[in-house]
Design a protein around this ligand. Structure first.
Ligand SMILES: C[S@@+](CC[C@H](N)C(=O)[O-])C[C@H]1O[C@@H](n2cnc3c(N)ncnc32)[C@H](O)[C@@H]1O
Length: 267
C-alpha cells in the first residue's frame, strides 16, 4: 500500500524529477524508482546532490533579498516537493503579509504542498503547467492570492531546463513578464552548458528516462530570459556566487554549483 501522501494519479513506477530532487535534498517523498535513478545520476555526475543543495540555498537567499527590497508576492513556478525551507516560510517569516502561489506539474509535489499549506490564507499550490501562463493567471485561486496590479516576483528556479526548446520557454517567460507591472522581478536558476559537458551529457541521458527530460542551455540563452529586465548585481553567475551568506558557501570553483542564476527587475 502507498503512503497517505501519494495521490491516486501518481505512477510510482516512473521516476519523476520532483521526487529525484527531493531525494537529493534529503527529503522522504520519493519512491524506489526515483532513488535508483538519483543514484545513477550521482554516479554520472558526483556533484549532482551538491548542485541541488546549492540551487536550493540560492532560492532561499534570493527570496530574502526580494523581501528586503519590498516584494510581498511570489509566483513560484516548478516549486517542487516542499522539502527544505519553502518560499512562504522564508517570506512570511520575515514579512507575515507575504503571499505565495506555488505551481507544479507533479502531483506528489502539489498534494504534499497542499497538505502543508492547509489553513494558510496567503499561500496556495495549484497543479498546473508553467508553459501555460494564461491558464495560471486565469485561475480564480491565483487571482485571489496575487494582486497583479502590484509588483510580484516570478521564481523559475531549476525548472526552465525541464522545458525543451520545442516548447519555447523564452516565450513563456515573456508572457509572465507581460503580466508584471514595472518593479516586479524574475528569478532564474538554470543548468548551463560549457562546464563538465561529458558528465552533463550522461546526466541528461539519465534524465531522459524521467517524466521530465532536461535541456542544458548556453549562458547566452539563459541570459535571454532576462530580456526586459535589468539584472541586479552581480548579474548572471554560478549559484554559489550569488550573494553568498558566508565565505564558506563559496566553493573553489563556482561552476561546481552547475546552475547559472540571476535576479532581474522589470524595467
Ligand atoms: C528541480 S525541481 C526545482 C524545485 C524548486 N524550484 C527548487 O529550485 O528548489 C523542478 C520542479 O519543476 C517541476 N516542473 C517541471 N516541468 C514543469 C512544468 N512544465 N510546469 C510546472 N512545473 C514543472 C517538477 O515537477 C519539479 O518539481
Amino acid at each position: 500500500m502507498e503512503p497517505g501522501w501519494v495521490p491516486e494519479s501518481v505512477d510510482v513506477d516512473r521516476p519523476s524529477l520532483a521526487r529525484i530532487y527531493d531525494y537529493m535534498l534529503g527529503g522522504f517523498h520519493n519512491f524506489a524508482v526515483d532513488r535508483e535513478l538519483a543514484r545513477a545520476a550521482i554516479a554520472a555526475m558526483p556533484d549532482a546532490a551538491v548542485q541541488a543543495q546549492a540551487n536550493r540555498a540560492f532560492l532561499h537567499r534570493a527570496v530574502r533579498f526580494l523581501v528586503d527590497r519590498g516584494v510581498r508576492q511570489f509566483l513560484d513556478l516548478g516549486s517542487g516537493i516542499p522539502t527544505l525551507g519553502n518560499v512562504h516560510e522564508i517570506a512570511q517569516g520575515i514579512e507575515p503579509q507575504s503571499r505565495v502561489v506555488y505551481v507544479d506539474i507533479d502531483p506528489v509535489a502539489v498534494s504534499h504542498s497542499q497538505q502543508i499549506l492547509a489553513g494558510n490564507e496567503r499561500a496556495i499550490t495549484i497543479h498546473a503547467d508553467m508553459r501555460q501562463p494564461e491558464r495560471i493567471f486565469a485561475d480564480e485561486q491565483v487571482r485571489r492570492v496575487l494582486d497583479l496590479d502590484e509588483p510580484f516576483a516570478v521564481l523559475a528556479v531549476a525548472v526552465l531546463h525541464a522545458i525543451s526548446d520545442a516548447d519555447n520557454p523564452h516565450r513563456s517567460i515573456a508572457a509572465y513578464r507581460e503580466a508584471q507591472v514595472a518593479g516586479s522581478y524574475l528569478v532564474v536558476a538554470h543548468g548551463a552548458e560549457g562546464v563538465r559537458d561529458e558528465e552533463s551529457k550522461r546526466l541528461l541521458e539519465i534524465a531522459a528516462r524521467t517524466t521530465t527530460p532536461l535541456t542544458r542551455r548556453t549562458p547566452e540563452d539563459i541570459a535571454r530570459f532576462f530580456d526586459g529586465y535589468e539584472l541586479v548585481p552581480p548579474g548572471l553567475v554560478w549559484a554559489s556566487l550569488w550573494h553568498p551568506d558566508a565565505p564558506s558557501q563559496v566553493p573553489d570553483r563556482g561552476e561546481d554549483s552547475g546552475n547559472l542564476v540571476g535576479v532581474g527587475r522589470k524595467l
